[in-house]
Design a protein around this ligand. Sequence first.
Ligand code: AMP
Length: 285
Amino acid sequence: MNLKLAIQKKGRLQEDSMKLLKESGLDFELGGREQLMINVKNFPLEIYLLRNSDIPQYLEDGVVDIAILGDNTIAEAVVDVQKIKPLHFGQCKLCLAIPKETPYTDIQFFQHKTIATSYPNTLKKFLKENNIEAKIHEINGSVELSIKMGLANAICDLVSTGSTLLSNGLKEVSCVLKSEVGLFAKQHLEAQQVDTLNALLFRMNSVLNAKQNKYILMNVPNDKIDQILRILPGMKSPTVLPLADATWSSVHTVIQKDNFWDIIQQLKLAGAEGILVIPIEQMIL
Ligand code: AMP
């Protein structure tokens, strides 16, 4: 039985979703723009290309089994589905924003104000949690313009770089929800579907782990090896190989991308030379 996966038909998440599936070794071809379903040739998976906002309901109803989607879309749809894992792309925040020149001290600013948003459910929940009574003006698209048009005093919209807010003379004053893309599943998967999902997860994890890490090699004078090894976190223990010059060794290990520059700097100061950094394609733990 094939597992049915929903991804965005068009929009900003589609390219990265397709890329992750391809990097996970799935062999498929994207046909014309009207194509709605893709059969994966080498894995029991069917990919459904659907409208972003339709996916949560299809998932809850079991029309599809799993989906790649932003946390924000799932939160807004208020559906009963399970999050399987974060996929580390599509990061954004749902923010409250007001005109740049308007003074702001705290969340009480929003008491009895009108807020325009395409995320009424998420905003309603946030306002309730903060005991704010405000009017929500639901609007689809061009939310930033609603203040200029006199429809609202504030907006609640998705922000990633903040440049759209800035170019519309707005400033972010409060974060309602932090979001990134995740892999979601319907509540009740059959045993065979769980097996297929686990096989897919195994591949995705290997791609995601690889992206979070880098392989480094460096030359180290033998009398500095202990000091260098104390700096390196490594997957297990770093590899130390002798060089043709018997007073030097080559040290290899894997380090996390997050504190990468810090570690490189410490290695250099401790006497490492000729440091090479290599991207990892797959990393199976
Ligand atoms: P789209 O269909 O192209 O509007 O994609 C919308 C999805 O992309 C949202 O539901 C978010 O999960 C994600 N996203 C990431 N950054 C942003 C952003 N700055 N604005 C809108 N959506 C974003």
